[in-house]
Design a protein around this ligand. Structure first.
Ligand code: HXC
Length: 515
């Protein structure tokens, strides 16, 4: 055979494989508002950068007539490419081929690209759209999932792992995304659950739709399993591209710095939105924007536990991870969900060499029977653990309230923050003046001729003495009391000074965070 005829044969084979599940299946996919697996990869990656591997892999199922079936690429597309110039490994399950179900060779393709990502030390992006374990392949399909979970765990904290849920992701299949760093979901398209509506109906007699059980909103707002919510696949791909710009390729590097000459932060002047009344709420995201380059901020888990805000921005070109109490929601208290949300993010930043900037304004941990029963002790401890073990530069700014356990937990000097700055509006105390006065001056208030007058007098006395940054500053727990408009400059200086920070943790196999 001549080279020409061999090349023609290659073309024919490629053309067969590139059909995916065929015209009808592709039509069905499109009718549900979804792109095909290949379109998704091409939309995420830089133009002409995708190199596909293992196109000719064939499935190994032999039972239930599978030996007579041709499943192009075995229902998953894998390869490498670049995103905004960053190298990545990628796979996308092809629902048009046997419902993207995971058989032995399908799993082998995924684990091979995962191993590749680990060897090359580049991010891994996985697009999930699958009916789960291929039922005809039995234990071999389950084995495939086990092999994937093992690799997700080994890669955790070494390379960024991004999961994009663009279809069903049911049963044990959900645990691969759950083991990765960031989960993206799209409204009306993503569906994630351990057991679907039919099983729930037969076991518990409860009726629920797939959407209400495990739709995108459920995971973005209620369960917290998703980190980014989008209205469309296009919006989702743009979110992924933004994220990839903020994070490093792997844990041995820092994220690329993107210096800006004249950052536009002027419209976010603190005095425009920071209230003079200490009881009034405000949106802490405006403070974040007031210190970030170009006022850019990529918020993560925006809809889940909104009493804490987390996300990435850049300061003087360098990526930082923000953790900020949100006075707009429940006065910014720490509770079970916000502690989980913040702790995981702190650990992500620490694993990937991203300095932490913490903005503090909270009345403490949320009291209540519900919270105690839900394990606020265990969950609340996660944030203490995460900040204490973090060795990246840690910069804390106390804006207003820093009461009780909340003061300690929000990256205080005692958890080894490298820099703690306080605004003159900071109130650092065991609790708010009202609560404090009611407890320590109870007898005086009760026995006064006018108890209410006395209460107000004692509240004012307590506020005057303790509700300020100067007592903490007198003990050196606050390094500097700064004017709000100096905040960005102080952070820039702190980042510069701590660029060579190298803190060594005590030798151990691993710690035991309160999972
Ligand atoms: C084999 C599968 C499949 C599967 C779908 N298909 N899921 N084939 N194994 N798990 C096939 C269908 O037979 C069909 O083939 C094609 O994919 C498209 O599926 P449809 O049902 O027509 O699509 P749709 O109506 O959109 O429904 C999608 C679905 C449904 C909701 C995902 O297919 C479904 O419920 N599938 C089974 C889900 C499941 O129970 N999986 C096992 C989970 S347990 P044809 O040839 O007709 O086109 C699990 C254990 C993992 O994953 C454990 C790890 C620890």
């Amino acid at each position: 055979m001549s080279i020409r005829s061999k090349t023609l044969e290659l073309r024919r084979r490629m053309s067969d494989a590139l059909q995916g599940g065929g015209e009808k299946a592709v039509e069905k996919q499109k009718a549900t508002g979804k792109l095909t697996a290949r379109e998704r990869i091409l939309s995420i990656l830089d133009p002409n950068s995708f190199h596909e591997y293992d196109l000719f892999v064939e499935h190994s199922g032999r039972e239930f007539g599978m030996d007579k079936k041709y499943l192009p690429g075995d229902g998953v597309i894998t390869g490498t490419g670049t995103m905004q110039g960053h190298p990545v490994c990628i796979f996308a399950q092809d629902f048009t081929v046997a419902g993207g179900s995971l058989g032995y060779m399908h799993a082998k393709k995924i684990t091979k690209i995962m191993d590749h990502a680990m060897k090359l030390k580049v991010p891994l992006i996985g697009i999930n759209d699958s009916g789960g374990a291929r039922i005809q392949e039995g234990v071999n399909a389950l084995a495939g999932y086990g092999d994937i979970f093992y690799r997700n765990t080994a890669a955790s904290g070494v390379i960024p792992q991004i999961s994009v849920i663009l279809g069903p992701c049911a049963g044990g299949a959900v645990y691969s995304p759950a083991l990765t760093d960031f989960v993206f979901v799209v409204d009306k398209i993503s569906k994630m659950f351990i057991t679907g509506p039919e099983v729930i109906k037969s076991v518990l007699g409860e009726d629920i739709s797939q959407e209400d059980l495990g739709g995108a909103r459920v995971h973005a707002e209620i369960s917290g399993n998703a980190h980014f919510f989008a209205e469309s696949e296009d919006e989702c791909f743009n979110q992924i591209k933004k994220l990839i710009n903020y994070i490093p390729f792997n844990n041995t590097r820092k994220a690329d710095a993107i210096p800006v000459k004249n950052p536009k932060t002027k419209e976010y002047k603190v005095e425009n939105f920071f209230p003079s009344d200490p009881k009034k709420p405000y949106d802490v995201r405006n403070i974040i924007r007031s210190v970030s380059d170009n006022s850019d901020f990529l918020e993560i888990q925006e809809l889940f536990a909104p009493n804490i805000v987390i996300g990435f921005g850049r300061i003087n070109g360098e990526t930082v991870g923000y953790v900020a109490n949100q006075p707009l929601c429940m006065a910014g208290v720490l509770d079970v969900d916000s502690s989980d949300k913040a702790a995981r993010f702190i650990r992500y930043c620490n694993a990937f060499n991203i300095p932490l900037v913490t903005l503090v304004d909270l009345p403490g941990y949320l009291p209540g029977i519900d919270q105690e029963y839900a394990g606020v002790i265990r969950h609340g401890a996660k944030i203490l653990y995460a900040y204490s073990e973090a060795t990246v530069p840690k910069i804390t700014i106390i804006l207003r309230k820093a009461y009780g356990g909340g003061y300690i937990a929000m990256c205080s000097n005692h958890l080894k923050a490298d820099f703690v700055f306080a605004w003159p509006t900071a109130e650092i105390a065991v609790m708010g003046p009202e609560g404090a006065a009611n407890i320590i001056f109870r007898n005086e208030i009760m026995s006064a001729d006018n108890p209410e007058d006395m209460r107000q007098k004692k509240i004012a006395e307590y506020r005057e003495k303790f509700a300020n940054p100067y007592v903490a500053a007198a003990y050196g727990y606050v390094d500097a009391v700064i004017k709000p408009e100096e905040t960005r400059n102080y952070i820039i200086h702190a980042l510069k000074i701590s660029a060579n920070k190298a803190e060594v943790s005590p030798a151990k196999k691993h710690g035991l965070p309160p999972f």
